[in-house]
Design a protein around this ligand. Sequence first.
Ligand SMILES: [Fe+2]
Ligand SMILES: [Fe+2]
Length: 340
Amino acid sequence: MENFLGKQEDKIVEPDKKKTADIFDLDRERQKRQEGKEENILKKIEQEMSEAEERFGKLIEEVSKRYENLPDNIKEDLIFHNREILGNVIEYGIRRGFSEEELKRLELSAILHDRDKAGSVPEKYKDIKNYILVMHAKVAAENVPEILTDERLKEFQIEGDPEKIRQEVARAILEHMGPRPGFMTDILKKFNEDMKKIGEDGIRYPEANGKISEALLAADMKSLAGEGGRKKVLKFRAGDEFFIQQDLNLVEEYKKYEIDLSQGEAALISGFESAFQARDMQKDKRNWDWINADIEKSKKVEYAFLGSEKLMLWEDVFEKMKHYEEKRRIKEIEGSLEVA
Ligand SMILES: [Fe+2]
Ligand SMILES: [Fe+2]
């Protein structure tokens, strides 16, 4: 009996064990290959980054110098952001198998995309709010022919028709302002209304189209979706009357449902909404995960808001949002029952 069972067991168990072992080996092999592949990609990204910083070093310096007269914190933010975007586009390009020449054009677009955030406001627009923020892409795009001369492109060892390259880079810069999420839409709307008041045309940025444009926009949206983007939005909202009012309105709205929301938390909600929209607006779903990774990381950060000592965590604010939604829905149902 024992023998028989033993034999049976042998018969049943042995092949299974082997099969399991095979699968494990295969998995391990696959994982190793995957890790090797990822390591290779990371190495390539790092290498391309240092090559780009060397090749375009002078141009990067020129752009940084333009920020010289800005307050230190803004200057540092811009320099940090430009480097971040350069890293982002390189990662994007390498993961998507962009050619060397495509990478160079993409890198140029990234280096120049926020170059004119340091510009000065023309006298006749001095009362238009957020003029630089709205116009920087248009101005930078217009300046591309002057910056990327034939000689300069040759110096960078960029191949291809110089005119076409300038056009492609300028278009990517212009289109990095394409349909923007959340609060930027409000800024644009307000800007166009103000321009209309002084009898001027507003602006409408075209949607990102084509490899270079889409890559630059995704890279910029990744930055907006991350911790740095949230901090930028919080700083901006704390200093802009229109947004201060918007946030205070939300505070009042929550109060109606006995939920204690601070102005900073209202601004944080808007910041996260922009981040989610930055992710959701991606036509290419592969960008979704790429951007979402930064959103997830940014949820763990404690955020400060001007004039408040208390640091904010997304988790707590999200709880309040959930409560608000629940209470609002209950009230809505109650309301509809009353009507019925
Ligand atoms: Fe920009
Ligand atoms: Fe940017």
